[in-house]
Design a protein around this ligand. Structure first.
Ligand SMILES: [Zn+2]
Length: 443
């Protein structure tokens, strides 16, 4: 049977000169000298060899927070002129009546092409349920089916306009459903995770009520929870506290995630010291979205301007699982991006000042291992018996991968190569200097 051997790889945990043997789409062996063993025991014409040349072989990137239904809609029906969160929600509202199934699918598929090329093979995407037609939900479920051979797309039922605030009759006067009915319909259709947006409800009380209601729904159905929680600069936006308390009350520990949690940036330290204990008890995970948080938060500030990202290193120090998400790419909220989770990790590292050796590793884990934990992905990581899902990067360490956001030389899933890129090499014509550079140092 055909065997593939990737030789001389460096792993994210720092191990070097490691060989990975792939059989039947799974990792059959991993460690130094495994390639030599295959040679000695019976390599044949069918055996394929890839020399990693000491470069980084990682488990695939995982995006813990994305909006696939809005992606690549930049400029439709108009650009977000102020670049603010609220104008983004407004632009999305203007686009919604004109959305078509085909356009949503086309944009989603195009984004997934980028994702695969970048080694991003698992994405948790929130999908807007504030629409009597549930058009985006249907399109994303179809997309999930289409990309299943190459991307794990996990969908969150996300009531963008507030599960208590949104009245479906404002979109369609003949609609007899409530916003909660629509969210439940989305789950019935096959959406995986219960979402929410408590800080966007009319009052703090309504926000807390929505958290309670949605957590109960998740508990009844045995589903995971991932809410947009306190995406605000208001230190009094404390829905994460209710989310943690409801998690414990309903026995959902380890199954609930708070996305954004930006208000924690502005909370006072005394309150946060109490909150951390609640989060630990609930085994709540947190997802920060560095690119979006740094651009959308702090907009009412003059100077000093808050960064508006949640307290990433402090949460990690408490043993709380923190992942990073891309959140948006070329949509009403964010004009940039190319499905590169290393760009996300790099921004997170800068905003949170995680420049220590441990901090760099943690930022890389936030877009790989930690994000996989938050999605409850089974069999993630380079281990014997796991599916052969991996990415070979043109970098020799995690540090270099963060520094260079390098080419993904090879992207593999279930032992099959899905994407390849040529290494980045610039040719030089300089007196008494080398003829090429790959931006490595030492070269
Ligand atoms: Zn989001």
């Amino acid at each position: 049977m055909p065997v593939l051997v990737i030789e001389h790889a460096t792993l994210a945990d720092g191990r070097s000169d490691v060989d990975v043997v792939v059989r039947d789409g799974q990792i059959g062996a991993i460690g130094p000298g495994e390639g030599a063993l295959v040679r000695a025991l019976g390599a044949n014409d069918l055996t394929q060899w890839i020399d990693a040349q000491g470069q980084l072989l990682s488990a695939p990137f995982v995006d813990a927070h994305f909006h696939m239904d809005a992606t690549l809609s930049y400029g439709l029906p108009r650009v977000n002129d102020s670049g603010t969160l609220l104008e983004g929600i407004q632009v999305w509202g203007e686009l919604k009546p004109d959305l078509t199934m085909q356009a949503l699918l086309d944009r989603g598929l195009a984004y997934c092409d980028w994702a695969v090329a970048q080694g991003l093979l698992a994405i948790r995407s929130h999908v807007d349920t504030s629409d009597p037609r549930l058009l985006a939900v249907r399109a994303m479920l179809e997309l999930k089916k289409r990309v299943a051979p190459y991307i794990d797309l996990q969908l969150v039922a996300f009531p963008q306009d507030g599960v208590l605030r949104y009245n479906p009759r404002s979109s369609d006067p003949s609609c007899s459903h409530s916003a909660l009915d629509l969210l439940i319909q989305a789950l019935d259709l096959g959406v995986d995770v219960v979402g929410g947006i408590p800080h966007h409800e009319r009052t703090s009380q309504a926000g807390a009520d929505s958290v309670r209601m949605l957590c109960e729904l998740a508990a009844e159905r045995g589903l995971l929870v991932d809410m947009h929680c306190d995406e605000s600069d208001d230190p009094m936006s404390r829905h994460i506290e209710t989310l943690a308390a409801e998690t414990v009350r309903l026995g959902l520990q380890g199954r609930v995630n708070a996305s954004h949690a930006t208000s924690m940036h502005s909370m006072d330290n005394y309150y946060v010291s109490k909150l951390m204990g609640l989060l630990r008890q609930a085994r709540l995970s947190v997802v920060a979205n560095p690119l979006i948080n740094i651009t959308l938060q702090g907009r009412h500030d003059t100077y000093p301007k808050r960064r508006g990202m949640t307290r990433v290193p402090e949460l990690m120090a408490q043993g709380i699982t923190v992942g990073f998400g891309h959140d948006c790419v070329m949509d009403p909220w964010y004009s940039f991006g190319a499905a590169d989770m290393l760009e996300v990790a790099m921004m997170g590292l800068h905003v949170a000042q995680m420049t220590s050796q441990q901090g760099m590793q943690q930022c890389f884990a936030a877009v790989t291992q930690h994000a996989a934990q938050i999605l409850h992905l089974p069999h993630y990581g380079l281990k014997v018996g796991h599916p052969a899902d991996m990415v070979l990067l043109q970098a020799r360490s995690v540090f270099e991968a963060l520094r260079l956001r390098p080419q993904r030389l090879m992207v593999m899933r279930r032992g099959k190569v899905l994407a390849q890129s040529s290494p980045r090499i610039s040719t030089l014509s300089l007196p008494d200097r080398p003829s090429t550079t790959r931006f490595f140092w030492p070269a």
